[in-house]
Design a protein around this ligand. Structure first.
Ligand code: SF4
Length: 92
């Protein structure tokens, strides 16, 4: 199962996860124009190869393997997936 960034990212938006992801599955890019318009980062569930590197570096413990997402953060699974659906729909 892919990894998921939960709402615990909000207020932190630390980009250590982005830096270590070997397949660029985490968005938005800290250097990109969309970074300031989102309150957290997201993981593309299709691109994620489930290496776990992002979880190890997250300073606020916001990232979980999908099957381990806490009950109170279950909505984050859809939030992460939805981000990439919306990004694709708005692409020119
Ligand atoms: S688990 Fe690995 S591949 Fe998936 S988002 Fe985290 S660092 Fe990237």
């Amino acid at each position: 199962m892919p990894y998921v960034i939960t709402e615990r990212c909000i207020g932190s938006k630390d980009t250590s996860c982005y830096d270590v992801c070997p397949v660029d599955a985490i968005q938005p890019s800290p250097d990109g124009p969309a970074f300031d318009s989102h309150d957290q980062l997201f993981i593309d569930p299709v691109a994620c190869i489930e290496c776990g590197a992002c979880t190890a570096v997250c300073p606020v413990e916001a990232i979980y393997e999908e099957g381990d997402v806490p009950a109170q953060s279950q909505a984050s699974i859809a939030v992460n997936r939805r981000h990439f659906v919306d990004e694709a729909a708005s692409a020119p």
